[in-house]
Write a protein that binds this ligand. Sequence first.
Ligand code: DP6
Length: 360
Amino acid sequence: MTNKDFVPVRYQHRIREGKVTFKAPSNIALVKYWGKRTGQLPANPSISFTLDACATTTSITYSKLEKPYTKFSFELIFEGKPKEEFKPKIESFFERIETYLPFLKEYHFKIETSNSFPHSSGIASSASGMAALALCLLQMEKEMDPGMSEDFFNRKASFLARLGSGSACRSIQGNLIQWGEHKETKGSSDLFAIKYPYKVDSIFQNYHDTILLVDKGQKQVSSTVGHNLMHGHPFAEQRFAEAHKNLSSLKEVFATGDLKKFIQIVESEALTLHAMMMTSIPYFILMKPNTLKIIEKIWKFRASSKTHVCFTLDAGANVHVLYPENEKQKVYQFIKDELVAYCENGHYICDRIGFGAKKV
Ligand code: DP6
């Protein structure tokens, strides 16, 4: 498919006013997206677990304007209060998607959004937020074009969400989602994410992710700055090649449930992401001392308990602790006894693999 496939031809119906609500989850990448090309295209393919508890719920109340505006007409309410700071991001999202949703300037939108997790948790809400917003807007299009297939709806939702935030395209469906062309994954695309199409062992069907909130402060490096660091990065090409290789290796891991290999790939991806940040110009260290303490504890516990607990990181200090359902008692006890002490104010979030966004 190409960009053109997402430009609508004409609508069967026109709608005047209404309200639509979607709840979209966050996701955690196993193979990381870090580096992008013009047009919000990934420099390498990535794969993620869709989460369940961490989610954004967004409602759009729309009403047709007397005549189309020259600008986008919208108001933004975040957790019950108007939020001017978020408007430029939405404005530029609207600009990017207008070709694909040409009715945007014909309506006034009241966008009301809230997260299931505290805004100050250091958890990025751009993935779930942009996914929920894209879904609401696309639902409007679906009402004007009721024949739209479910398959196309999911693809276009992912396509639109990607234009808001790259990782958001992996927050439409569940539970194992791949974004970015990879020669061994049939149907994979840089334009939108797909459900991982091959065999996935049952051990991965109900994985847990306990998110340890090590540092709840504002992100030191915005994702835009972060991705840009990969332009001209001395190790960029090797890194992108490594992501392809890791995805290839994961194929067998997912099929067979080989947790040892899974852990090796996932932890290496997390550390590579941070290694890229440490070796770029300018360079950043986003891990905190407590991030490292947690990692050490996880390694020690894994060796002594013979469990398969492992970690991954996003572009910050928080640690995602991943473990299978059949080890949850042991691992959760360990988290409470030994890891929570390293969290800011003892805060953490219990999440698990989820099944994608839902219309509310
Ligand atoms: C480290 O999707 O937040 O979480 O496309 O600029 O919005 P933008 O970036 P974003 O980057 C996510 C980076 C990551 C890895 C990942 O989720 O794959």
